[in-house]
Design a protein around this ligand. Structure first.
Ligand code: FE2
Length: 150
């Protein structure tokens, strides 16, 4: 299970930087909404990052702590620093969030099998939180507007 939690942790570290990139570089009439939304999201990602590492310590596991390790382990890919349209930015966020939700569900299921209730509870909360945000993101994207609170 430590492998998957370190994978989750590494993804969070890369996602944190990637969300800042979108926060800074999104352009268009809905700039302000997406700018605000990405700030909410990177703050949540930052909280998860610390919670996951502390959970690993509680479970007697060693959290990865080098940026170089995060880049090796993470599946979420960095972006170049350039302008992003609102549609492109929201599409990128939705794709990464779906991946993180699936990984959270996977870790939750493994934890349930191993009767690690703290891990199960934490990742269940993450998966449920992403479910709500994905609904809001999809509703926003289908309108072609913004913003997404949640
Ligand atoms: Fe900011």
């Amino acid at each position: 299970m430590a492998t998957n939690t370190n994978l989750y942790l590494s993804n969070l570290a890369v996602w944190l930087v990637k969300l800042h990139n979108l926060h800074w570089n999104v352009t268009g009439t809905a700039f302000y909404s997406v700018h605000e939304y990405t700030e909410q999201l990177y703050n949540q990602v930052m909280e998860q990052y610390d919670e996951v590492a502390e959970l690993m310590k509680m479970n007697g596991q060693q959290p990865a702590a080098r940026l170089s390790d995060y880049l090796k382990l993470a599946v979420i890919k960095e972006l170049d620093s350039r302008d992003f349209s609102v549609t492109e930015a929201l599409g990128i966020i939705e794709g990464d969030m779906m991946y993180m939700q699936n990984l959270a569900k996977e870790i939750r299921a493994e934890a349930a099998q191993a009767d690690c209730f703290q891990t199960q509870a934490l990742f269940e909360g993450f998966a449920a939180g992403f479910a709500k945000q994905l609904w809001m993101l999809r509703a926003t994207r289908s309108e072609g507007g913004c913003c997404c609170q949640g």
